[in-house]
Design a protein around this ligand. Structure first.
Ligand code: AMP
Length: 116
């Protein structure tokens, strides 16, 4: 059985984390420990643990994550300066919360793509 994470409670608003966006497929809220000036998480409402678990039926949801990222980047005023979208997968990918989420990062120069 797939175990819920704290993100499911945020999506259902059982934890009062302010939502920046929510529709029938995805939700978005600020990262609790922002790494950059603008750090937002965009998550599917449905619990999908990792990118390894996505299926064809999730394609609409995954596409919505991108269009919501675009909308929020504009609202944050970082669409023209630029931003980065990241989805981590499993331990080498640095995934900590096993409910797929896309990081929207921006508001400052982000430098090289990777630091290992
Ligand atoms: P990842 O390493 O890709 O799994 O990223 C997990 C992210 O979730 C980290 O950036 C955490 O700071 C963030 N996070 C963990 N708990 C919360 C929470 N309750 N509210 C918002 N962000 C959270």
């Amino acid at each position: 059985m797939t175990e819920e994470t704290i993100f499911s409670k945020i999506i259902r608003q059982e934890i009062p984390t302010p939502l920046l966006y929510q529709d029938d497929l995805v939700s978005a809220f600020r990262d609790i420990a922002p790494r950059v000036d603008s750090h937002i998480l965009i998550v599917p409402n449905k619990l999908i643990p990792t990118i390894n678990d996505v299926s064809q039926e999730d394609e609409l949801t995954l596409g919505r994550m991108i269009t919501v990222a675009k909308k929020l980047a504009k609202e944050e005023g970082i669409d023209e300066s630029g931003y980065r979208l990241i989805i981590n997968c499993n331990s080498d990918g640095g995934q900590e919360v096993y409910h797929i989420h896309m990081h929207l990062l921006g508001g400052q120069p982000l430098g090289a793509m990777l630091s290992v």
